[in-house]
Design a protein around this ligand. Structure first.
Ligand SMILES: N[C@@H](CCC(=O)N[C@@H](CS)C(=O)NCC(=O)O)C(=O)O
Length: 206
C-alpha cells in the first residue's frame, strides 16, 4: 500500500488525499509534525531532500514529493486530466500559477496566522494584497464558468481548491468574490468530497 507523509491541515496534502480517494487508490497516512521539525529529520530528508510534505512512498521504495507531480502522475489517463493537448495546457497553466502566484500568498499568510510565524507587518500586508489579487483573478475567470478549464472539474480545480477554501483563516476576505464562492461550493459538493480537517475517511479508501 502507498504511504502518504502528510499534514492534515496542509492544502498541498489535501490535494493528494482527495485525488487518491476519488481514484479509489488505498493509502495510509503518516502525520508529519512539520512545525516541530518532523520534515527535517535525516529519515524524512531521505524521502524528500526539500524537507516538505506531501511525499508519497511506494512499497518498493520509490518516493515522489511535490503535490503537482503526484497529482499529474495519478491523473494520467483519468478524466481529471483532459486528453486534448490544448485543454491539458490550460490545466497546467492553472496548476503552475497556483504554485507561483496563489499558494505563495494565500497559503503563506494562512500559515503565518495559524502558526504565529514571525513575519513583519509590511510582509503580512504584502501577502494580503497579493492573496487578494490572486483571488480576484480567479473570481473574474470564474464569472460565467462552472470550472476553471472546460466544462468539467479537472486537476486545475483540485490544485486550487484547498488553499482557496481556507483563505479566510489567513485574514483574506471572500465576501466580494461571488463566482469564486459558488465554485468552492460546487467543488465541495462533488460526491465523495472530504474537507481538509477531517482526520478520518482517508486511509484505505476505495
Ligand atoms: N511545492 C510543494 C510545497 C510543499 C510545502 O510547502 N509543504 C509544506 C506544508 S504545506 C511543508 O512541508 N513545509 C515544511 C518546511 O518548509 O519546512 C508541493 O506542492 O508539494
Amino acid at each position: 500500500m502507498l504511504t502518504l507523509h502528510d499534514m492534515l491541515l496542509s492544502g498541498n496534502c489535501h490535494k493528494v488525499r482527495l485525488l487518491l480517494r476519488w481514484l479509489g487508490i488505498p493509502f495510509r497516512r503518516v502525520e508529519v509534525d512539520v512545525f516541530g521539525g518532523g520534515s527535517h529529520t535525516p529519515e524524512f530528508l531521505a524521502l524528500n531532500p526539500a524537507g516538505k510534505v506531501p511525499v508519497l512512498v511506494w512499497d518498493d521504495g520509490r518516493t515522489l514529493p511535490e503535490s503537482g507531480a503526484i497529482l499529474l502522475h495519478f491523473a494520467e489517463g483519468t478524466d481529471w486530466l483532459p486528453a486534448d493537448a490544448w485543454a491539458r495546457a490550460q490545466v497546467y497553466r492553472w496548476m503552475f500559477w497556483e504554485q507561483y502566484s496563489h499558494e505563495t500568498s494565500v497559503a503563506v499568510i494562512r500559515s503565518v496566522v495559524l502558526y504565529d510565524r514571525p513575519f513583519g507587518a509590511d510582509r503580512k500586508a504584502q501577502l494580503l494584497k497579493d492573496g487578494t489579487a490572486a483571488l480576484a483573478l480567479m473570481d473574474r475567470h470564474l464569472q460565467g464558468r462552472e470550472w476553471l478549464v472546460g466544462n468539467r472539474r479537472s486537476l486545475a480545480d483540485l490544485a486550487l481548491y484547498p488553499y482557496t477554501a481556507v483563505a479566510e483563516d489567513g485574514g483574506l476576505d471572500l465576501a466580494g468574490f461571488p463566482h469564486l464562492r459558488a465554485w468552492l461550493d460546487r467543488f465541495a459538493g462533488l460526491p465523495g468530497f472530504v474537507p481538509m480537517d477531517h482526520d478520518a475517511g482517508w486511509e484505505g479508501t476505495a
